[in-house]
Ligand binder design. Structure first.
Ligand code: NAP
Ligand code: MG
Length: 513
């Protein structure tokens, strides 16, 4: 290139928001407020056809049974605070009945079935989930507060896919572990959280059944409804009694399951604090354990990243499920040179997020799952402010009833702030900067957790290098929060141990001889 020719392309001035603002407004028209052009007419998903029984019992030995204590607790819709139904409060006696039923099934009909026959049940369950996807999605949204877009397009297809995937493995386990003989463990006790109620049930149940185990599952207290609906699906699929048992109730019910001597394995997904307690309780018992715990993922965005695509991924990774995602990208690490651009884009996009009725098909951000969770989010944001961070919040109106938190981000966060260290589990992003890839890795790894991370860069070599340096079980490159049943998921450090999904996930449910 001749020395005199310009080395840079000529810069075309872009119409900034300010330039648009200064355009004259034609007479009789008014200037749209920022974000107004993205308003949609309400498009609520009909739910009047959905009948929710006023009371839900336990599911033991293939039947609905009342809790021995005779006690029930209310399950509410967090978007309206309306009571949806009441749910059986199972206690240690019920857990014992469920474990006995699971043992009988394991030593009886289920234990004698071939992998091929087990696979048929799993295929059948997967297909019924697909058939009932709409009903299940609505139920999930009403019970947990997540937008119907999420439950319909993410939770349900993935839950069905998980059963399909493991149905395929049921008669091929010897190929998963070449040269070894995989044997089931026996009775698995499974405890799941409220953020992906049906999907977490599918993640736990499908591999356990594919490998020939029987199960006692405890759903989260605030979101038991889709798991209970799943129990009806098991009945429709003709699953033998006792293969899957559901004991609903609070944390104590989960603790009774952990303590029960008749359980061979505990699979727990939930908070790190409870996970640590379970690990202590099981120490020395010989029971197998997998723990899928909390996270504090970093999304790292480099100056060479496709910025608009990255902003979309970052937004989806923290706001689309109210941040109720263990692998939510709750820390954003921005390369210093693009900090102001990223901040402006983030602020603009925040304003366009639609917050409100989770049953509305246009809603991006639904209701916070419970009041205690809302209080926790508020408390952590306040701690950020007390420690010197600044808060940017969407100015969207929030419904008067229900539990809501506007999409927000905090700037001026340092690595020592609580919001940079603790899991917030809400729609709040902590923004920090870095200069070099080494600094990005150091900051990303600087938490007690190690569940997931995201890297946004145009350079494949840079992503590959970082992937090996980030202490996270999952690293997404130029995308975020994408799942597949064939891909193992799980954490390092205080995010737990063991993997769910893929061949690695099967290993958690077999004894290899
Ligand atoms: P949690 O309080 O630990 O509860 C999880 C489950 O454990 C619930 O069913 C809960 O029952 C039960 N439980 C509570 N105390 C117990 C005890 N002492 N013994 C046995 N079980 C007990 O967690 P959460 O607040 O529901 O869920 C959010 C957490 O889950 C977050 O930390 C998130 O990161 C984590 N999570 C991790 C993953 C992953 O794959 N790594 C996936 C999703 C969520 P109640 O609901 O009745 O209290
Ligand atoms: Mg509920």
């Amino acid at each position: 290139m001749p020395a005199s020719s310009p080395s840079k392309k000529p810069v075309t001035p872009r119409r900034s928001l300010r330039a648009v603002k200064s355009d004259p407004v034609p007479p009789g028209e008014r200037r749209l407020r920022f974000g107004e052009q993205w308003q949609y007419a309400p498009a609520p998903e009909a739910h009047d056809h959905l009948v929710i029984a006023p009371r839900h019992e336990l599911f033991i030995n293939g039947r609905s049974v009342p809790p021995t204590s005779g006690r029930y607790f209310a399950s509410i819709n967090p978007a309206t605070e309306e009571k949806l139904t009441e749910i059986a409060h199972g206690d240690a006696t019920d857990v014992d009945l469920a474990v006995q039923a699971a043992r009988r099934a394991y030593e009886g009909e289920w234990g004698r079935l071939s992998g091929r026959e087990r696979g048929k049940y799993l295929y059948r369950i997967a297909r019924i989930i697909q058939e009932k996807a709409r009903e299940l999605a609505i139920l999930e949204t009403m019970d947990g507060g997540k937008p119907i877009k999420e439950s319909r397009d993410v939770d349900l297809p993935l839950a069905a896919a998980h059963f399909f995937y493991h149905a395929g493995w049921a008669d091929k386990l010897q190929y998963a572990f070449p040269g070894r003989t995989p044997q089931p463990l026996g009775v698995a006790g499974q405890i799941i959280p409220w953020n992906f109620p049906l999907l977490m049930a599918a993640w736990k149940l499908a591999p356990a059944l594919a490998c020939g185990n029987t199960v006692v599952l405890k759903p989260a207290e605030t979101t038991s409804l889709t798991a209970l609906r799943l129990a009806q699906i098991f009945q429709e699929a003709g699953l033998p009694p006792g293969v899957v048992n559901l004991v609903t109730g609070p944390g104590d019910t989960g603790a009774a399951l952990v303590r029960h001597p008749g359980v061979d394995k505990i699979a727990f997904t939930g908070s790190t604090a409870v996970g640590k307690g379970i690990a202590r309780a099981l120490a020395g018992t010989g029971k197998r354990l997998t723990l899928e715990l909390g996270g504090k993922a970093a999304n790292i965005i480099f100056e060479d990243a496709p910025l608009d695509q990255a902003i979309e991924g970052i937004i989806a990774g923290i706001y689309f499920n109210q941040g109720h995602v263990c692998c939510a990208g709750s820390r954003l690490l921005v390369q210093e040179s693009i900090y102001s651009t990223v901040l402006r884009k983030l602020r603009d996009r925040l304003q366009t997020l639609r917050v409100g009725n989770p049953l509305d098909k246009n809603t991006d951000v639904g209701a916070i799952n419970s009041r205690p969770q809302l209080d926790k989010i508020r408390g952590l944001v306040q701690s950020g402010l007390d420690e010197g961070a600044e808060l940017v919040q969407s100015s969207c109106p929030l419904p008067a009833k229900g539990f809501w938190y506007p999409p927000s981000f905090l700037t001026g966060v340092t690595a020592s702030h609580r919001v940079a260290q603790e899991e917030i589990f809400g729609p709040v992003l902590s923004v920090m900067t870095f200069r070099t890839p080494e600094e990005a890795v150091e900051r990303a790894n600087n938490t007690p957790f190690g569940l997931s991370a995201g890297v946004w860069t145009d350079k494949g070599s840079k992503s590959f290098k970082l992937v090996n340096q980030l202490r996270a079980g999952v690293v997404w490159a130029n995308t975020y929060n994408k799942f597949d049943p064939a891909s193992p998921f799980g954490g390092y450090k205080e995010s737990g141990f063991g993997r769910e999904g893929g061949i690695q996930g099967l290993a958690a449910y077999v004894r290899l001889t």
